[in-house]
Ligand binder design. Structure first.
Ligand code: HEC
Length: 129
């Protein structure tokens, strides 16, 4: 009777070891390198051309358009400017001055004034936006 109990206690140990071996085998199947050598893997894929979408932003006609186009599209898209709500000449004067004084837009006082004239004039016709 004592002998049988000892044997019975040994069985779970064998079963645990067998399960461990089975689990190790299954995980090996999951990670082993069985790529077919003809399967392209990421490091072999070389991009020869990347085409990015390009959309020319329409810069509306208006007085001093050229000054605006020279000074105001260097750092950011004109979309940032054309997307603003309709604002007063005084507010545009502040914004344009901030671009020069704070961010370093290369424009003098006379260009600032001209650009404000342009910005206010194109606001009158927002139908193309
Ligand atoms: C030297 C770089 C530079 C130039 C040139 C420039 N900007 Fe900016 N502009 C900025 C920066 C930086 C911001 C802030 C962007 C942000 O907040 O994401 C900005 C933001 C703006 C904004 C968003 C509102 C605001 O007040 O932040 C407007 C409108 C704007 N610029 C108009 C203009 C106009 C008009 C001109 C031409 C006079 C101009 N910018 C030229 C750098 C520049």
């Amino acid at each position: 009777m004592k002998e049988r109990m000892r044997n019975a206690g040994g069985f779970p140990l064998v079963a645990t070891a067998a399960l461990g071996i089975l689990a190790a085998w299954i995980s090996y199947l999951g990670v082993r390198d069985d790529w077919d050598s003809s399967t392209p893997i990421v490091r072999d894929v070389v991009a020869t051309e990347i085409v990015l979408p390009y959309e020319e932003v329409h810069i509306p006609d208006g007085p001093n358009r050229d000054v605006f186009q020279t000074a105001c599209v260097i750092c950011h898209s004109p979309r940032l400017i054309f997307g603003q709500p309709t604002i007063s000449a005084a507010k545009w004067t502040e914004v344009v001055h901030k671009m020069a004084a704070t961010y370093g837009a290369p424009i003098g006082a006379e260009d600032e004034r001209r650009i404000v004239v342009y910005l206010v004039s194109i606001q009158a016709d927002r139908s193309d936006r």
